[in-house]
Write a protein that binds this ligand. Structure first.
Ligand SMILES: CC(C)(COP(=O)(O)OP(=O)(O)OC[C@H]1O[C@@H](n2cnc3c(N)ncnc32)[C@H](O)[C@@H]1OP(=O)(O)O)[C@@H](O)C(=O)NCCC(=O)NCCS
Length: 135
């Protein structure tokens, strides 16, 4: 794969469970767990964005929904060897664009405290306080 190749982005593209499991594990630095991504996305997602270079999955994010006004951006992940090349920003911008065309009115996101990835969103999100509990 040419590292300079521009990724192709798609919304709600069919995915393979294994490729998303591998990408997620690499990006979030955990052991690969083969999860039923396809079934889960079809059931719970408003949509998801994939980024591919030469057919290989190099980026992914998921927008889950309450079926109404609220959507939540989760699992933004870029393959480590392609991080820092703008793919994360493209994924987030594409997800926002697709959400604007949907019935959702509010897109929620949270980031780790280092604040860094917030720059991916170019200030589009207004900061709010939120809570999270590991169950
Ligand atoms: C966070 C992540 C999705 C960013 O994707 P990426 O393709 O590397 O990001 P981009 O190249 O589009 O960078 C966009 C901006 O965010 C900044 N940025 C990205 N990741 C950052 C980080 N971890 N810390 C600080 N800044 C970061 C970049 O410097 C860039 O800012 P700039 O254009 O002002 O220089 C990617 O690094 C990743 O998969 N990380 C592991 C999983 C993760 O933490 N996901 C986020 C869940 S909250």
């Amino acid at each position: 794969m040419d590292p300079r190749e521009q990724p192709q982005l798609a919304w709600r593209e069919e995915i393979d469970d294994a490729e998303v499991s591998v990408l997620h594990a690499a990006a979030f630095d955990h052991a690969v767990e083969h999860e039923p991504w396809g079934e889960r996305l079809e059931r719970h997602s408003l949509g998801w964005v994939t980024a591919r270079c030469g057919g290989e999955l190099v980026g992914f994010c998921n927008v889950v929904s309450d079926g109404g006004r609220h959507a939540f951006l989760v699992d933004t992940a870029v393959r480590p060897d392609r991080q820092g090349t703008g793919i994360g920003r493209e994924l987030v911008h594409r997800a926002i664009e697709e959400c604007r065309a949907s019935p959702a009115r509010w897109l929620h996101v949270d980031f780790e405290i280092d604040l860094g990835p917030f720059s991916m969103t170019d200030g589009l999100f207004r900061r709010s306080t939120a809570g999270i509990l590991e169950l």
